[in-house]
Design a binder for this molecule. Structure first.
Ligand code: SF4
Length: 545
């Protein structure tokens, strides 16, 4: 029968991850089995030891009748053979007392996944609750805390030797559990100097991947445990605070910043942490405020390690250049000169696709030659195909061409007819089995509709001088698209500048569920094409699938 050498503890701190490690009860467990994985293999021996605050509370040890023959090579390794387990209780008889022994303790094992899987398989099979994940793995913790200079590998025997444990692993369950417990305490002792002080720290340390920067975890000292934005900086100099390296947001600034130091397998984050010398917190009252502030700080500091903050440099507009004598559509990177704009698009490719869609519907000129009112040259094939009014050879009057340009401008703000026409053309191409052309047009139409839909939402936000909305019970004010935080925000003008896209995106992403409590001026009535736009986007998305 199993021997339980101590009263059952009733600690219930597993949910309290901020608890200091000195107040946590650990149960270090080791299993011997007939093979590598359940259900094919079975448990033959269980050893466990409970510790709290460095004090041993009790041990648990029993052989288990696996109900199947033990392979000879396993017997050779563990010394446990069929003869030894023939009088032992089956696992069904062992689990009740083991469950009591483990109750309220943090599960620890060396290469914990192995023992964790075996035990949970039998617990589940026999109707018990599973041991809650994640287990604490001493091998993973050793990877965080020790270096290759300390130990050549992470085997339990190697770690036991490194920490000079009194119990040495023998491939018997209780010996290995005792060694695991001593190794755990050695690792926690080293980890404490690196900032692993609470159960949260320990969980993070064993879960993390990549190289650790635990030596810098003290940079998180004093950070508030509140939602907001944090900035990693280089160390301060006599000239002032160090360069901003990275800006992020979190629900709990302190916990998020600490988590970086336990290991992050993104190479650029690893490089950033190597340079970091300070962390600056910016507490925020809500998610929307944190999103907007993050976008603003990224725009202001252009941190080297933020990928997202650089994306806007690739954005592009579609411009109907009204300064030209014979206006045409252009893809441009910035707003300048007289014209009607659509965008910003997320790439110049998307802008070109929308341009192609518009040129499909409007016979506007596409050549890039500079043209005065009376410039004349030979037309291209588009003229004969009826796809361009061909001002180049004088076959169209300026008045008729201006009428075309006005129609195009009108379609950008009221796109219902335009979209219906393009969708009809796409359907006709499909009917004629010109599927490739239909698919091309579908993609162009998708780019155009996405930009038009986006423009409607942005304009709605940018046109409000004073907009108050309620999101999740909190009120926020916007002035011309900018969240009012300090009161000096002036907002943005249309078309939206490229470097403001991230901020307005952040605001719009939270405004879907917002209730407008005040708007000055009142939001304009939806203009023509809004419903058509939404429906068409759904159809295009469905046809893509
Ligand atoms: S028809 Fe003339 S104006 Fe039109 S795209 Fe061709 S060259 Fe340019």
């Amino acid at each position: 029968m199993p021997t339980v050498a101590a009263p059952i503890a009733t600690q219930s701190t597993l949910d309290d991850l901020g608890v200091p490690l000195s107040e946590v009860t650990f149960a270090c467990v080791d299993l011997e089995t007939t093979g590598g994985a359940p259900p094919e293999s079975r448990i033959t021996e269980i050893g466990a030891v409970r510790y709290r605050g460095g004090e041993r509370e009790g041990t648990f040890q029993t052989l288990v009748d696996p109900g199947v023959p033990i392979p000879r090579f396993v017997s050779h390794l563990t010394g446990i053979d069929d003869f030894m387990v023939r009088e032992a209780p089956p696992v069904e008889a062992v689990l009740p007392s083991l469950v009591e022994f483990l109750r309220g303790a943090v599960f620890v094992a060396h290469n914990a996944g192995f023992d964790f899987r075996f035990l949970n398989h039998d617990l589940e099979r026999l109707g018990y609750d599973r041991i809650p994940a994640p287990p604490v793995c001493t091998a993973r913790l050793a990877r965080r805390v020790l270096t290759a200079d300390d130990v050549p590998n992470l085997r339990l025997a190697t770690l036991a030797q490194f920490f000079r444990t009194s119990a040495r692993p023998t491939h018997r369950a209780l010996d290995d559990a005792e060694a695991c417990a001593e190794v755990l305490h050695g690792l926690l002792d080293l980890g404490g100097r690196l900032g692993i002080l609470t159960l949260t720290d320990l969980r993070e340390a064993v879960r993390a991947r990549g190289r650790t920067h635990l030596g810098k975890v003290r940079l998180a000292d004093g950070l508030p445990s509140v939602p907001g934005v944090y900035m990693f900086r280089r160390p301060p100099t006599d000239a002032g605070p160090g360069e901003v390296l990275y800006v992020g947001k979190a629900k709990d600034i302190r916990a998020r910043v600490r988590s970086y130091f336990y290991g992050d397998d993104r190479r650029r984050i690893d490089a950033m942490l190597a340079e970091a010398g300070a962390v600056e917190p910016h507490p925020c009252g809500s998610e929307i405020e944190a999103l907007v502030l993050e976008a603003r700080l990224i725009r202001r500091h252009a941190p080297r390690y933020n990928r997202r903050g650089k994306a806007w440099r690739r954005y592009a507009y579609l411009k109907l250049d009204l300064a030209e004598a014979w206006p045409r559509l252009k893809v441009v990177r910035k707003v300048s000169g007289r014209g009607a704009y659509l965008g910003p698009f997320r790439s110049s490719h998307a802008a070109r696709q929308a341009k192609d869609a518009l040129e499909e519907a409007f016979a506007i000129r596409r050549c890039t030659r500079s043209m005065g009112r009376s410039t004349r040259f030979a037309p291209c094939a588009l003229a004969d195909l009826g796809r361009c009014l061909a001002p180049c050879d004088g076959r169209v009057t300026p008045e008729r061409y201006e009428g075309l340009v006005r129609s195009l401008q009108h379609a950008l703000s009221s796109p219902g007819e335009l979209l219906a026409a393009l969708e009809g053309r796409m359907a006709r191409l499909a009917q004629q089995e010109r599927f490739e052309e239909a698919a091309d047009l579908r993609d162009r139409l998708a780019s155009l509709t996405a930009a038009l839909a986006r423009a409607r939402r942005e304009r709605w936000l940018l046109e409000a001088e004073d907009l108050e909305v309620e999101v999740d019970g909190r009120r926020h004010r916007f002035r011309r698209g900018a969240l009012v935080r300090r009161g000096d925000e002036t907002g943005f003008s249309w078309p939206l500048p490229l470097d403001a896209v991230e901020e307005v995106d952040a605001a719009l992403s939270c405004l879907g569920s917002a209730r407008v409590t005040r708007a000055d001026p009142a939001p304009a009535e939806p203009v023509d094409g809004g419903a058509a736009l939404a429906a068409l986007r759904r159809r295009l998305s469905a046809s893509r699938r």
